[in-house]
Every structure is written in structure tokens, then in C-alpha cells.
Design a protein around this ligand. Structure first.
Ligand SMILES: C=C1C[C@]23C[C@@]1(O)CC[C@H]2[C@@]12CC[C@H](O)[C@@](C)(C(=O)O1)[C@H]2[C@@H]3C(=O)O
Ligand code: AKG
Ligand code: FE2
Length: 384
């Protein structure tokens, strides 16, 4: 008789073979922008051009709003898996998920809630009232910060209409705003030396911008232009802003959608992060803004709508180069510009190869993973 065993999802989590981060001094690579300072627009634009990522301070969101959501979210994740599933539904892609990210085989050492802010979804409404209230307060506040950052971006780009980008996302009827709450429990897998276990694999965010706030537990890393990974020291009082693929296209590659990933925590503390993803309405045309283009400059991308991009993106794996199929490789930017498309334009096959290189083939670790998955903690339970 042949015994057929279901594949253990923990065994599919790639253990990163690269150092946990390899870009020198902590935090030095991360620009910091004071959103209330007079030069904020220029500083935001400089950060989006050079790194595609920055830490925003003086954003105006009271600590009681972020702290309340953190506490309510931790209480939610402490509930039994079945209760969490009953309250939010299994992620498809919205709802409660554990280990599986998206629907194309990506896995990570985390559980999460993925919610849409559009009024016609039932997901937030069915959450426990204290968590729902905390989420509503938080999302109202983070939308304001997102709107302010989009205004600063428009100003930094020299657009006449400072409200153009904000109006695509914040408060636009039918816009596609998501909130994701990620919980990374301390990782029980032994990882050798300077390696870590993947919490959330490397990727870019498809939307226009993302705003992240986390608790004090480290793990987030961003990929710098030179290919090194820089740790992002956690700072619960700041928001971390990253440029999404759509903003890269709107600026014809001047702003860069930054690759980022999360290494699962090893100590005693969980990482809890909340990310707001600002996407436009499905019918929104995503193409370089005429005002950012120089005379004779060609678009680096074929035209598409957010709806088209999102449905294509959600068929990809996390690490894929999602803009690849939309690039017009024959078109070149003016020599003075160095847009991201030419710097990082790997094809999907190359990305797959890089992913495979990250797979750390180590059988005793797989055995330990299987034991951990069967033995303890919330991640041991596999949602249906
Ligand atoms: C593997 C996937 C998960 C994701 C959809 C995708 O097919 C590729 C993009 C992923 C991503 C990354 C940023 C956000 O966390 C997210 C919600 C998004 O919009 O794109 C996730 C998607 C997801 O978790 O469903
Ligand atoms: O949880 C984090 O810190 C980052 C997660 C992330 O990049 C995402 O959810 O898209
Ligand atoms: Fe992300």
C-alpha cells in the first residue's frame, strides 16, 4: 500500500541563504522625511527617486490610534484559528490567511488579515467591534497621511495640480484601497548562522503607494539600488512609505518601486505590521503623467488600467517582476534620467532562478519545520 501524505506547507518556506541584511550600518540607507517641514516635497521626491522608500515623521497620527490597533490586532491573532476564519473568512485574497500568501504558492512565516476599504465589502463589518473601531480610526488617519504624501509627491514632481495623485486614491469613488495586518510570531525553526526564515518573501507592491507602521520588532528589509539588502530599524512612531509599481509607471521610471521582504523574528517578540495600500479605481489609466515627461521622451511602458494590472499581478508569484510584461524595452529614457526599469528590469525567468537560489536545501531543517508545524503555536494550524 502506498501512503500519500499532504505536502507540509512549512517545508515550502524558503530559508534565506543570504545574510539577514548586508547593507552596513543600521538605518543609514533609509531616508527620513519630516512631513511638516518646509522642504518636505523636495525631500519626498528625492527619496522616491533614489531609494523608493522613506521614513515619515511628524505625520500627525496620534500614538493612541496606532497603539489601539496594535493591541486589538494582537488580541485577534491570539484567538483560535477557526474563530478567526469564522469572523473574517479565508483569504481569497481578502480575509484571514496563515502561511499562504496569494494563490500562487507563496508561503511565509506569518498570519494576516487582508481587508478592502471600499464600502461594499463585509469583511471589516464582521470583525470583533473593538478591532473594527480601531481599524476604522486607523484607516481614517492613515488615509490622511497617504493623501498628504501624494500631495507632496505631486509638488515634488512639479505638477500644477497638487491634488492629482491624491484624488486618484483617497476618497475617489471606487478606488482600490487595502489594509493588511501582518502578524509574524517568533520563529521556532532553527536557522543556520546568519540566515533567517522568510516571513514575507521579496516583492514590490503593485499599487501607487504603501504606508507601513509596525511594532518594535525588526524584520523588514529593502533592496538598495546596488543590490544589497538594508534592514529597516523598526520605529512604531513613524510610517514607512514605499513607491509602488503604479507610481513607477506614472513617473516613467523616475520613482522606483522598491523590493522589500520580511525575515521572521527569532527572539521572543512577534512582529505586528499594518500596511495601507493606495490603489486607484479599476478604470484608472496608468501611464506616465504628461507633465513629468521631457520633450521627446518615450514611455517605458505600454498603457494599461489599474484593473488590468491588478488582475495580471495577482496571477504572479511574489518575487516576479510584475511590470515586465508591460515594459516597452525598445524605448529608452533621456540620458540624464536613470529610471528603475532599466536598472532592475529582470525577466520572470531570471527572477525564478534567483528564487531557486534562495531555497536552502537542508533536510534537518525541513524535519524541524515539520516538527514545529505539528507541535506548537498558531502557525501549526493550517487553515482550510
Ligand atoms: C503572491 C501574491 C500576493 C499578492 C498577489 C500576488 O499574486 C502578487 C502580489 C502580492 C501583493 C504584494 C503587496 C500586498 O501585500 C498585496 C495585498 C498586493 O496587492 O500585492 C499582495 C497580494 C496578496 O497578498 O494577495
Ligand atoms: O509586514 C511587513 O512588514 C511588510 C509586508 C509587506 O510588504 C506586504 O504586506 O506587502
Ligand atoms: Fe509589500
Amino acid at each position: 500500500m502506498v501512503a500519500i501524505t499532504a505536502p507540509n506547507p512549512m517545508e515550502q518556506i524558503p530559508l534565506m541563504r543570504c545574510p539577514k541584511a548586508n547593507a552596513g550600518q543600521q538605518g543609514s540607507a533609509i531616508p527620513c522625511v519630516d512631513l511638516s517641514a518646509p522642504g518636505a516635497a523636495a525631500a519626498v521626491a528625492a527619496a522616491c527617486r533614489s531609494v523608493g522608500f522613506f521614513r515619515a515623521i511628524n505625520h500627525g497620527v496620534p500614538a493612541c490610534v496606532t497603539d489601539a490597533l496594535e493591541a486589538r490586532a494582537m488580541a485577534f491573532f491570539a484567538l483560535p484559528t477557526q474563530v478567526k476564519l469564522d469572523m473574517s473568512g479565508a483569504a481569497r485574497p481578502l480575509g484571514y490567511g496563515s502561511k499562504n500568501i496569494g494563490s500562487n504558492g507563496d508561503v511565509g512565516w506569518l498570519e494576516y488579515l487582508l481587508l478592502s476599504l471600499s464600502s461594499n465589502t463585509v469583511k471589516i463589518a464582521s470583525l470583533p467591534p473593538p478591532l473594527r473601531t480601531a481599524l476604522e480610526d486607523y484607516t481614517a488617519a492613515v488615509r490622511e497621511v497617504g493623501g498628504r504624501v501624494l500631495e507632496l509627491i505631486a509638488e515634488g514632481l512639479g505638477l500644477d495640480d497638487r491634488g492629482l495623485l491624491r484624488a486618484m486614491v483617497v476618497g475617489r469613488e471606487g478606488s482600490d484601497e487595502l489594509v493588511r495586518v501582518n502578524h509574524y510570531p517568533p520563529c521556532t525553526l532553527p536557522a543556520p548562522g546568519d540566515c533567517g526564515v522568510t516571513g514575507f518573501g521579496e516583492h514590490t507592491d503593485p499599487q501607487i503607494i504603501s504606508l507601513l507602521r509596525s511594532n518594535c520588532t525588526a524584520g523588514l528589509q529593502i533592496k538598495l539600488r546596488d543590490g544589497r539588502w538594508a534592514p529597516v530599524p523598526p520605529d512604531p512612531e513613524s510610517f514607512f512609505v514605499n513607491v509602488g509599481d503604479s507610481l513607477q509607471v506614472l513617473t516613467n521610471g523616475r520613482f522606483r518601486s522598491v523590493k522589500h521582504r520580511v525575515v521572521a523574528p527569532e527572539g521572543a517578540q512577534s512582529r505586528l505590521s499594518v500596511i495601507y495600500f493606495g490603489g486607484p479605481a479599476p478604470a484608472q489609466r496608468i501611464a506616465p503623467l504628461p507633465q513629468v515627461m521631457r520633450d521627446g521622451e518615450q514611455s517605458l511602458y505600454r498603457e494599461f488600467t489599474w484593473g488590468e494590472y491588478k488582475s495580471a499581478a495577482y496571477k504572479t508569484r511574489l518575487a516576479d517582476h510584475r511590470l515586465g510584461p508591460f515594459e516597452l524595452r525598445g524605448n529608452r529614457p533621456p540620458p540624464s534620467e536613470q529610471p528603475a526599469a532599466t536598472a532592475s528590469g529582470a525577466d520572470p525567468q531570471r527572477c525564478l532562478h534567483q528564487q531557486q537560489q534562495h531555497l536552502y536545501q537542508c533536510h534537518h531543517l525541513h524535519a524541524a519545520a515539520a516538527a514545529a508545524a505539528g507541535g506548537s503555536g498558531v502557525l501549526a494550524e493550517q487553515p482550510s
